[in-house]
Design a protein around this ligand. Sequence first.
Ligand code: SF4
Length: 338
Amino acid sequence: MNIIKNIKVPTGNILIVEGDKGNLECLSIGDYGRNENVKAQFLGLNKDVNGVANGECMSLEEKWVVTISTQYGCSSGCKFCDVPKVGKGINATYDDIRNQIETSLLLHPEVGGTKRLNIHYARMGEPSWNPNVLAATRDLHKIVRPHIGNSLIHPIFTTMCPAKNSSLFKILNEWTVDIKNDLYRGDAGLQLSINSTSDCQRDDMFGGSAKSLKEISDIVKDLPEPIGRKYALNFALADSYEVDAKKLRELFDPRKCMVKITPLHMTHSCEENNIKTTGGYKSFVPYKKVERELINEGFDVLIFIPSSDEDEGRITCGNAILSGTLPECEYEIIKDMK
Ligand code: SF4
């Protein structure tokens, strides 16, 4: 796969690559380790995260994160995301998916194996529209073996549950039954973007393009009990957006679902729409009450805070260099074939 642009940011590389139908974007990045930017009492990580200092990532042999695009642009209307600025969502091909993973791994031929390779279908696009995501996930071991041998792979499917996708249950059922529980024996994730427990606020945030909470709850009720990590209900915690723990408990079973909270990432769209998590990058205060209330309702709660290098490096969700942005931290353009 042809690399059109390679931007080196503090925690890895952002690649613009030539796909079968146009340009795609993928990431190869490192991770600080969960002791640095995660609070999750159910995992024994009990320290409040009052901001995360920029630092060194663990070696890629310890953990490697590859994030790829499943579509060229996106047709969802999420107001916090820059990807729709790239164009409408056209599905990436099977080869596009495989090639993005291989191209990311080939950046580091010196790394012959890793204790954990996370593959996130979360750069550009809504993966539930693209059946090639499931087909490629079934083949991931075959795809990565020439590069990192039999390393552990952990694929993660993140969806905002598009209102118009009548096949959503079918796809999520296939992901959970065949892939997460069977093929990967629990070592695969499903994350559902919730963001607010108010359907009115959700309609605003997702531009009316997501299913209602009740519809999502009905889908999750019919999914199997998860093996391994529970299904994650994701909350990008915007100021004044409602997180009603009791309401969430009525809709989602804490034995099946956990809650993951992050600050809203600082995308151009967030700036334009004035959506933010005030103080959320420096202090644990915005998360404290909601964490306590969710735990009281029986949920496992994981709070992930990126460092400024990670957020300004534009490796977090909702960013896309193809939308016309560039990192706002130190970066180096290693290759640029305009
Ligand atoms: S958050 Fe995901 S689904 Fe929403 S517009 Fe961005 S890429 Fe599309």
